[in-house]
Ligand binder design. Sequence first.
Ligand SMILES: [Zn+2]
Length: 136
Amino acid sequence: MDNHDKKTRSYNMSMIRSKNTKPEELVRKYLFSHGFRYRKNVRTLPGSPDIVLPKYKTVIFVNGCFWHKHDCPRFVWPKSNTEYWNKKIENNVKRDTDNTALLKQAGWKVIVVWECELKKDIAADTLDSLVKRIRV
Ligand SMILES: [Zn+2]
């Protein structure tokens, strides 16, 4: 199941554990250490994808569960300013949907990695399957 050699593995695990790593940095570093070369925050593409892999015609968004309304326990509607938050979050969701459609029309493979999938106990599996999805 695990085809990383020991050194790579412990390197990955130490990155995954490091506290102040932003989710998108974690994904970028993992991909880089696996030989992928990418561009960051490409503003010329819909939604400014966090990671763009031109060689694989793939874009990756690393989404916060709250801001992008993930169907998971991390997403909870705020109890105050409900109207404001409702509008804001639903706008984000609509924008995500529109951007995904535009990217797919232009021939890009669109992958979303959710913040909750990068919790330290499951991050290694998430990143491993991400690499497989890119290479498909
Ligand atoms: Zn989530």
